[in-house]
Design a protein around this ligand. Structure first.
Ligand code: ACM
Length: 540
C-alpha cells in the first residue's frame, strides 16, 4: 500500500495488536490437547450464511471436519484437477494440512465431481453436500465446481483465508446447498486508464472478486488519460499514449504477454475478461499519439486532468477506420471471450449524426473479428447491432426520455447490463467524509448499493432483457490496491449477490448480517474495507 490513509494506518496497528494476541493462541493450539478451546473459537457457521445467498439450503446432520488426513478427490479431468489444486491452495497455508489432490477414492475426503446430466445446474451451478463422512461438490463442469469452492471457503471459519497456520477445527455445517446464478453476467469493471494498475494489482482484485462468484472482469483499457494495451500496428498508443495518468504519474501499459497473463489468471478463476476500447470519445491518449487521427492533423498534448467529453476520433477521415480495424483486430485476437466493449459514452464532441455513423462502423468491425459488442447505454441512441449488450449507467435523475430510449432498445431485443451509477459505481463516495472517490451520482452507502432489484429497475424494460449487473470502479481518485479495496468492499459483495441470488432471498436486514460475517474474512485476506455503520460488524 503505497499511500496508506491515516485511518488505515490506525487499522493496521489494531490488526497488529490483534495478531499478537492470536499468535499466542496459535502457539497454544500447536498442541492437539488445545483443540477443544479452538472449537469454541470457531463455532460452525450455519449452512448457507454466505454471500451471495445460495438458491436453496437444506441444513441437517452433523458437520464435516477437515483432518490432517483429508484428501481432495477429483474426477479425472484437467479442469477439475485445476479447481482441486486451487482449493488446496486456499486451504493448505491456514490448516497446515497436506491435502493432496488425487483421483484415488477414499473415506472422508472432499470430492469434486462432474455430473453433466444434471442439466438444472447449468454452466455455473453446483451442489454441496456436507456430512460427517464426506464433503461432495457436484457440478456439470469446472466452472460450477469453482463456484462451489467459493461456497465451501465461506462455510469454513474466516481464519481459513490466512496465509499462516491457524488453529482449527475446520468444520462445514451438515446439509445440502443447491445453487445456480440468477444472471449470467456478474461483472466488475476496473478503470486502468485514469490510473494504471499493474498485472499483480489486477490479479489481487481478480482473487477478491472470485470469492463472490463474479464471472466477468471488464477492463477499461483506454481513455483520455492513458492507452494501456500494446497494439503492434500502432505502437505509440501504448509507448506514448500510455506514458502518463491522472495527476501526471508515469502511467504504464500491458504488453501482449502481460495482458495474456491477466487473461490466464482470470480464466483459471472462471472469469471472462471483457476488454474495452472506448470510442469515439474518451480518445485523447490515441489522438495525442498519432496526429493523423485528428481532424486538424495536429496532435493534442497528453492529458492528465479529469474532465470528460472533450475528445473525439475524426469520424469523416478514412484513416480513423484503418485505426479502429487494426485495434479491434488485435484486441479481438488476444481475447478468448465473446465480448469486445467499444464504449460509446460521453461523445460530447461528436455530432449525433457522426456518432450514429461511427458506431455503425465500429460495431461492424467488432462483428468482422468474431466478437459481440458491448457499449455504454448511449449506444441505444445509435443502432445497436444484433446481439449487442448495452451497459446502463444512468441514475435516478436520468431523464425519462433517456430511460425510454434504453427501454425501447430493450423491447427490441438489446439486452442490458445494469450499472446504475447511484447504486453500483464503486468510485462514488459512501458519505461526504469518504476520503476517496467522486460524488456526481451522490453518496452511495452499502444499503443503497444493495437494495434494488435489477429485474424491476428500469420502467418498460422486460425482466428477460436483463443480462446481469456490473460494478464499475473508475480510477480518477484511485491509485493503489488499498484504494480499490476500500471503495469496492463492502459494496462489491452486494452487487455480486444481486447478480447471483434469487430475488426471493433479497432482504437488507438479513443481508447485512451475512455481510457482517464477511468482515473477519476480508480482514484475514488483508482487504481494507470500509466499516460502514449500516452493517453490524462483529466486535473485536
Ligand atoms: C461512464 O461513466 N462514462 C460510462
Amino acid at each position: 500500500m503505497s499511500q496508506p490513509r491515516p485511518f488505515s494506518r490506525l487499522l493496521g496497528s489494531l490488526l497488529l495488536a490483534a495478531a499478537a494476541t492470536l499468535s499466542c493462541a496459535v502457539a497454544a493450539d500447536a498442541d492437539d490437547a488445545a483443540e477443544p478451546a479452538a472449537a469454541r473459537a470457531h463455532p460452525v457457521r450455519p449452512l448457507g450464511q454466505i454471500v451471495p445467498a445460495p438458491a436453496s439450503v437444506l441444513p441437517g446432520g452433523p458437520p464435516y471436519t477437515l483432518t490432517p488426513q483429508t484428501t481432495i478427490q477429483v474426477d479425472a479431468s484437467p479442469g477439475v484437477r485445476a479447481v482441486g489444486e486451487y482449493l488446496a491452495g486456499v486451504l493448505r497455508p491456514s490448516t497446515g494440512y497436506a491435502l493432496p489432490v488425487t483421483e484415488a477414492r477414499g473415506p472422508g475426503g472432499i470430492r469434486l465431481r462432474l455430473r453433466s446430466a444434471e442439466r438444472e445446474l447449468g454452466d455455473e451451478g453446483y451442489r454441496l453436500q456436507s456430512s460427517r463422512d464426506a464433503l461432495t461438490l457436484t457440478a456439470r463442469g469446472p466452472a460450477g465446481l469453482f463456484r462451489a469452492v467459493q461456497t465451501l471457503r465461506q462455510q469454513l471459519p474466516a481464519a481459513v483465508e490466512k496465509d499462516t497456520r491457524q488453529p482449527g477445527p475446520w468444520q462445514v455445517a451438515g446439509g445440502t446447498i443447491t445453487d445456480t446464478p440468477r444472471y449470467g453476467h456478474r461483472g466488475a469493471m476496473l478503470d486502468v486508464s485514469r490510473h494504471f494498475f499493474t498485472v499483480d494489482q489486477v490479479k489481487r482484485y481478480v482473487d477478491q472478486l472470485a470469492l463472490y462468484k463474479i464471472n466477468k472482469l471488464h477492463l477499461h483499457l483506454s481513455d483520455d488519460q492513458g492507452w494501456r494495451i500494446a497494439v503492434d500496428s500502432w505502437p505509440r498508443l501504448a509507448t506514448y499514449g500510455g506514458s502518463t495518468q491522472v495527476g501526471g504519474g508515469p502511467g504504464g501499459y500491458y504488453t501482449k504477454a502481460q495482458y495474456k497473463e491477466i487473461l490466464r489468471y482470470a480464466a483459471a478463476r472462471h472469469m471472462e475478461v471483457v476488454p474495452e476500447i472506448d470510442m469515439p470519445g474518451h480518445t485523447n491518449a490515441a489522438l495525442a499519439s498519432y496526429a493523423e487521427l485528428n481532424c486538424s492533423g495536429v496532435a493534442p498534448p497528453l492529458y492528465t486532468g479529469t474532465s470528460v467529453g472533450f475528445s473525439s476520433l475524426c469520424v469523416p477521415k478514412a484513416i480513423t477506420y484503418d485505426f479502429i480495424d487494426d485495434v479491434i483486430r488485435e484486441v479481438a485476437a488476444l481475447t478468448p471471450g465473446k465480448y469486445l466493449h467499444i464504449g460509446g459514452d460521453e461523445a460530447h464532441s461528436t455530432s449525433h449524426e457522426d456518432y450514429v455513423a461511427f458506431m455503425d462502423r465500429a460495431q461492424a468491425t467488432v462483428a468482422k473479428y468474431g466478437k459481440t459488442v458491448i457499449g455504454w447505454h448511449q449506444l441505444t441512441g445509435a443502432t445497436p447491432a444484433e446481439g449487442a449488450l448495452a451497459q446502463y449507467w444512468g441514475l435516478d435523475g436520468t431523464s425519462p426520455a433517456e430511460k425510454a430510449q434504453v427501454a425501447r432498445a430493450a423491447q427490441n431485443g438489446t439486452r442490458l447490463i445494469l450499472s446504475p451509477a447511484d447504486r453500483v459505481y464503486l468510485d462514488m463516495k459512501y458519505t461526504k467524509d469518504t476520503p476517496l472517490g467522486l460524488a456526481w451520482a451522490g453518496y452511495v452507502e452499502v444499503q443503497r448499493s444493495y437494495d434494488w432489484d435489477p429485474a424491476a429497475y428500469l420502467p418498460g424494460v422486460p425482466a428477460s432483457a436483463i443480462a446481469g449487473v456490473e460494478a464499475p470502479l473508475w480510477s480518477e481518485t484511485i491509485s493503489t490496491s488499498d484504494h480499490i479495496e476500500y471503495m469496492a468492499f463492502p459494496r462489491l459483495p452486494g452487487v455480486a449477490e444481486l447478480g447471483w441470488s434469487p430475488a426471493s432471498t433479497h432482504d437488507w436486514e438479513k443481508y447485512k448480517v451475512r455481510l457482517a460475517a464477511q468482515g473477519p474474512r476480508m480482514e484475514a485476506l488483508g482487504i481494507d474495507y470500509y466499516r460502514s455503520p449500516q452493517v453490524p460488524w462483529p466486535a473485536g
